[in-house]
Design a protein around this ligand. Sequence first.
Ligand code: 6GU
Length: 233
Amino acid sequence: MLQIDLISIFPEYLAPLKLSLLGKAQDKQLLSINIHDLRDQTADVHHSVDDTPYGGGAGMVMSPVAWGDAIDQITKDDEIVDLIILTPAGRKFTQKIALEFSKSKHIIFACGRYEGIDARVGQYYADKANFRVHEISIGDYVLGGGEVAAMVIIEATARLIPGVLGNPDSLKEESHSITGDGEDLLVEYPNYTKPANWRGLEVPQVLLSGNHGEIAKWRKAQAERRTRELGSE
Ligand code: 6GU
C-alpha cells in the first residue's frame, strides 16, 4: 500500500485523483490518497500562507510555518517519507523517477503556488533521517502551481505499482518503458486497429502478414526511427 498525501491551498483542484485507474487502485487498497488544505494550519483570521520575500523582489513566498505544521501532522517519526516539493527549479521528472517513487510507502506532495515555498522547508526535512526530499519539475515551462504537476507524477507512478494495471503486459512495450537497467528508453512503435483501410490509408502490410518475427523487427525499427526523429528536434 502506497500512502499519498497532498498539501495545497486549492484542494478542489485535485478532485480528479478519485477517477479512473487511480480511483480503482484506491478501491483495491493498493493506494490511499489524502488531500489536505494548507490553510487549515493557519491560526490568523486571514489564513495567510504567503509573505513578501526577504531581499525584495516581485511576488510572494509561501511561509515555512504552515508547511512545517502540515507536514508534521501527517508523518510519524518511525516511517520513511518521500517529500516531493513541486517547483519549476527542480530535477526533471522521468519514467525512471516514477519507477523509484512507485516503490515508496509514503509520499507527501507539497504543492506550492506564488513564487514558491521558503527554501528552509526542503532544507529542514532533508536534514531529518527519515525524510528523503525531492525537488521536482515536470518540464521546462512555468505552471501557476504544483497541483497539476503532482497529478502528473501520481498518474505516472501509480500505474507502475504491481496490481494497479489490469494487464501488466501493457507496461512492457510502451514508450519509455524501462527494461531492468533503465537504459533502453525508446518511444513506442505506431499502433493500428481495424479497419485495414481507413479513408484510403492502409495499415502497413507486415502487420497483416502473421509473421511474428518480421512484425517484431518492423516494430523495433519504427521505435528506433521515432526515437531518433525526436532526438533531432
Ligand atoms: Cl512542479 N511547478 C510549477 N509551478 N511549474 C512547473 C513545474 C512545477 N514543473 C514545470 N513547471
